[in-house]
Design a protein around this ligand. Structure first.
Ligand SMILES: Nc1ncnc2c1ncn2[C@@H]1O[C@H](COP(=O)(O)OP(=O)(O)OP(=O)(O)O)[C@@H](O)[C@H]1O
Length: 769
């Protein structure tokens, strides 16, 4: 009978063999990956070398170029952690492949009947890797996590999903439980770097169900702090692009996040999954050509976000369609014409009843006014010159109209009455004038109008983007100028191409030609400049996401919104214009709503657009915040909504959240001392109310961030120190929600420094001195 030490040694030796075996497999996969990359690069170069041909041939080349470029990005992204898992399947199962390797891309063995060497994590056959549990093993006997560093296998972690397999491997412990190390806990305990990472290796089954949901309209994912909503949203984007590639490649996927810091934080996740064609945007950046530079107060944001603004903006545009109080007399030819209220009111009525947007209805207004003025002029000429007989022919009157259109002064007067307008101009003028506000917003009260008023225009805020978008709808875009610009650009490109040709075929000496970049030399093959121009355009080809970013009228194939609870009613209106098919994934937590214009109920936010045709799913496990901190957060949540409960934490951190009360003038020093004590790896955040950030600003830098709660939304840190929670609570009617957000940002430790009494809900904090 071998002794216990012998068994352990044998097992360790066995483990070593196993690791070497996996290393050989992983090495083989990397060689295949290199092969695929080289092959694709060669194909791409070949396509880029081709020129000319029919429009169809050009368009085919364009698709190949895009496909190869995307494939190369995908192979590059797969370099780290190419293969991270394996499942062994019950050999008696009906569709019996014995084992499957799971990784970041799919790799097939082209020499052996396209047998699968590596399964893309998104493939249906990879799903049991995420779903199998001991209670429901899905035919899986063992799940193996393969840890790698660059191309080296550094460790294996096995979970046995049926007892017999565990016994065969000799890993059943004394209680008959199943041993296996948790890749999940390793991931969760890792120090944070400030960049979100992907979770493909450890997606949990409730998350997997959402990522792969086949629901084709609005899917709402409600989940408490740290339940992986952001992670799930990003992986769902990657999954949808994999599964519905054809459909989504052309229209693109939009992901909306709360602010630029957050987008930076999540920005690497999709590229690391090999997906580059997704547009990430904040609401404030969704109006092309305008970047939010101003910060609204909470109250102003609330007014701007409310649906009352629809009527206000509508009226603001109508207020730009004027009728003169007194008749305007204008010289024309050798006489004068009079633009009176009657003519204008009639023209305005006609233009308005066309139901076209303002700028597009303008030609009707102008034509009607000119028609009336030309008739008036014809009558005057008839009376004065022709002795009262109106003998001008129809052609004469038509000529008069044409001349009137050429008359700068006359046209300027008409322009003033119904000017061409841009959304930026209307909004700026509206907010800068109390009179305009009073006229456009009679239903707002004085206080609300004053919140909108701006003495000077210094730029737009995030809450202005939906207003600009609404105005763009009301005004209509006359894209003649844009089309003109495109045509000019095209002509310039042809001219450049012609110059390039002239240089190459004319004056360039032979030896210089040999040194020229091969890309440029290809111009030799060209028949004409226009072909070269087309080829250049092909190289500048933009992805759907890039084109979408520049086009307000772009409609996406799928839209994902993170922190969706923060969207105002006006923001929802703007967003819904971008997604007429309403295929959306909305993730958020109504207990974390901080903006006063945000929602406290999904039903009320979505009702106007989809009635009740939306599906709610929930995430219930908190992967970020340790249980000790969640016990404190629970008391705050009760004050927000007693019907809700916090998500269950997967781990304890072993650290009790503390509170340290200091005298009024000691807060900054105490925070400084606490921050200095945090010397370990990872990130420290000091979170406070918006008006408290400045006095702590000099602590900011390196691994320490000083942020308002609003700025910290969606982010996470190893250690969080909250300063003066009572001030956070008082700063906003949603102050409790803000406090809840602040409490749930930490992955390891939480402390509170305060001079004022603590809110009652924080009584579970342990007082320290
Ligand atoms: N299955 C998983 N495997 C590994 N890490 C995970 C998993 N699910 C979530 N996490 C990690 O848990 C943390 C919280 O996830 P995430 O930020 O997506 O949560 P959230 O629900 O958006 O949180 P909040 O609403 O508080 O902003 C992240 O670090 C994320 O990577």
């Amino acid at each position: 009978m071998p002794d216990e030490a012998q068994i352990r040694d044998d097992r360790d030796a066995g483990a070593q063999d196993e690791q070497e075996r996996e290393q050989r497999y992983v090495t083989m996969l990397y060689e295949r990956l290199d092969g695929l990359r080289e092959y694709t690069k060669a194909r791409l170069s070949a396509v880029l070398l081709q020129t000319g041909g029919t429009p169809q041939a050009r368009s085919e080349r364009e698709s190949f170029t895009q496909m190869y470029t995307e494939d190369i990005a995908k192979y590059d992204a797969a370099e780290n952690g190419l293969c991270f898992g394996r499942i062994d399947l019950d050999p008696d199962a009906p569709d019996g492949d014995a084992l499957r390797y799971i990784g970041r891309v799919g790799i097939l063995d082209e020499d052996h009947d396209f047998e699968t060497l590596l399964l893309d994590w998104r493939a249906p056959l990879a799903r049991p890797f995420y779903l199998a549990t001991t209670a429901s093993p899905e035919g899986v006997t063992r799940r193996r996590h393969i840890r790698t560093r660059s191309r080296r296998v550094t460790g294996l972690g096995d979970e046995y999903l049926d007892l017999a397999a565990a016994e065969r491997a000799g890993v059943v412990d004394g209680d008959g439980g199943v041993a296996g190390e948790s890749a999940l806990l390793t991931a969760l305990n890792a120090a944070r770097t400030g960049q979100m990472t992907d979770i493909v290796e450890t997606i949990q089954s409730e998350q997997d169900a959402i990522i792969r949901s086949t629901h084709k309209s609005v899917l709402v994912v409600q989940g408490g702090p740290g339940t992986g909503k952001t992670a799930v949203a990003l992986h769902r984007a990657a999954y949808l692009l994999y599964t519905y590639r054809q459909q989504l490649a052309k229209s693109g996927v939009l992901i909306v996040g709360p602010n630029a810091t957050f987008l930076d934080y999540i920005g690497q996740v999709l590229p690391s999954l090999g997906e580059t064609g997704v547009l990430l945007s904040t609401i404030g950046d969704m109006y092309p050509g305008v970047t939010a530079t101003q910060h609204d107060s909470l109250d102003t944001g609330e007014v701007k976000g409310s649906l009352d603004m629809v009527a206000v903006l509508k009226q603001a545009v109508r207020d730009r369609q004027l009728a003169p109080v007194r008749p305007i007399t204008l010289p024309f030819d050798t006489y004068t014409v009079t633009l009176d209220r009657k003519i204008v009111t009639r023209a305005r009525g006609r233009a308005r009843s066309s139901r076209r947007p303002h700028n597009l209805a303008r030609p009707i207004f102008v034509a009607t006014v000119i028609e009336a003025l030309a008739d008036q002029f014809a009558a005057t000429v008839g009376a004065n010159v022709l002795g009262g007989a109106n003998l001008l022919s129809r052609d004469d009157v038509a000529d008069i109209r044409d001349e009137m259109r050429q008359d700068a002064e006359l046209m300027a007067a008409i322009d003033d009455l119904w000017p061409m307008l841009s959304p930026q101009q209307v909004l700026t003028d509206l907010f800068q004038s109390r009179d305009r506000l009073a006229s456009a917003a009679p239903d707002l009260d004085d206080g609300q109008r004053e919140l909108l008023y701006r003495h000077r225009h210094e730029g737009f805020s995030a809450a202005d983007a939906p207003l600009l978008d609404e105005l763009a709808e009301l005004l209509g875009v006359d894209d003649a100028a844009e089309r003109d610009r495109a045509a000019r650009q095209w002509r310039a490109q042809i001219a450049d191409a012609q110059d390039a040709l002239d240089i190459l075929t004319g004056s360039a000496p032979q030896d210089l030609e040999d040194e020229l970049d091969p890309e440029i030399l290809m111009a030799y093959d060209l028949i004409d400049a226009s072909t070269l121009a087309q080829r250049q355009e092909m190289r500048q080809r933009l992805t759907a996401a890039e084109r979408a970013a520049a086009d307000r009228t772009w409609t996406f194939g799928h839209v994902i919104v993170d922190e969706a609870q923060e969207l105002s009613a006006m923001a929802w209106r703007m967003l819904m214009r971008r997604i007429p098919n309403r295929w959306m994934t909305l993730v958020g937590d109504t207990a974390q709503t901080g903006d006063l214009a945000g929602s406290s109920s999904w039903q009320s936010a979505l009702e106007p657009y989809v009635a009740n045709r939306w599906k709610l799913t929930e995430l219930t496990v908190n992967y970020r915040t340790p249980s000790e901190i969640m016990a404190v957060a629970q008391d705050v949540l009760v004050e927000i909504d007693p019907a809700q409960s916090v998500p269950r934490s997967v781990r304890d951190a072993g650290n009790q959240p503390w509170a340290h009360r200091v005298p009024d003038d000691g807060v900054v020093d105490e925070v400084r001392r606490r921050v200095a004590d945090e010397t370990g790896p990872g990130l420290v955040a000091v979170l406070t109310s918006e008006d408290g950030v400045d006095e702590l600003r000099d602590l900011h830098g390196g691994a320490v961030s000083v942020l308002s709660v609003r700025e910290a939304k969606g982010l996470e840190f190893d250690v969080v120190i909250i300063v003066e929670p009572q001030r956070i609570v008082e700063a906003s009617p949603r102050g409790m929600n803000d406090l809840y957000v602040a409490l749930t940002r930490a992955t390891q430790r939480l402390g509170v420094v305060h001079a004022r009494p603590l809110p009652d809900a924080l009584s579970k904090l342990v007082a320290v001195h």
